[in-house]
Design a protein around this ligand. Structure first.
Ligand SMILES: CC(C)(COP(=O)(O)OP(=O)(O)OC[C@H]1O[C@@H](n2cnc3c(N)ncnc32)[C@H](O)[C@@H]1OP(=O)(O)O)[C@@H](O)C(=O)NCCC(=O)NCCS
Length: 157
């Protein structure tokens, strides 16, 4: 029997998705991205913003990926709170890695709050490692952890 996340499809984010995306964004972050942030990602030739949608067309999650030359960055990722813990976040991060690899990235980086144990566990499970820390980076005093996935060492295994 297929698991729920196998019924989820990934496709490019379009402006029509933004009402649902902004609802997930505001329930996921204390300083959520705005409509303008997402529109910029949709319009940027350097960015690949994607949504994960259910069979009914509901937005289950999204990820914004940007690549400059050989360096990719996951700028934003979130899953609908009601649909977490079902492999959708993993699907989105796996997509980011395969897309970046396909576009010749050497590394994928991201920044995550030190207190965000769930997201850190997700990134570690996908092969990201901690490469740095910015002390008290967030407005709540939390440190930012800088993480990277390097293709040269890991994609040839
Ligand atoms: C982080 C987030 C995207 C994960 O999405 P998700 O769909 O729930 O994650 P998945 O079900 O794919 O989990 C994949 C793996 O991540 C880890 N993980 C995810 N959530 C976790 C949690 N709350 N606690 C511990 N581990 C967690 C586990 O290793 C999990 O694998 P397992 O289910 O085999 O144990 C989601 O919790 C979210 O949207 N959070 C709010 C926004 C956010 O923090 N984004 C990241 C900013 S850097």
């Amino acid at each position: 029997m297929p698991s729920f996340h196998e019924k989820i499809e990934l496709r490019r984010l379009v402006e029509n998705d933004l009402d649902q995306v902004l609802e997930i964004e505001s329930s996921s972050f204390s300083r959520p991205w705005t409509h303008r942030h997402f529109l910029d990602e949709i319009g940027s030739s350097l960015s690949t913003p994607v949504v994960a949608v259910t069979g009914e067309g509901t937005v289950a999650g999204y990820l914004c990926l940007k690549q400059i030359v050989d360096e990719a960055e996951i700028l934003d990722v979130a899953v609908n709170p009601a649909l977490r813990g079902q492999g959708i976040g993993r699907r989105l991060v796996e997509f980011a890695l395969s897309q970046s690899r396909g576009h010749g990235a050497r590394v994928v980086c991201l920044e995550v709050a030190a207190g965000n144990g769930g997201a850190i566990a997700l990134y570690l499970s996908q092969g990201f490692t901690e490469v740095g820390r910015r002390k008290k980076y967030y407005h709540n005093g939390d440190d930012a952890i800088l993480m990277e996935y390097t293709f040269s060492a890991q994609s040839e295994e």
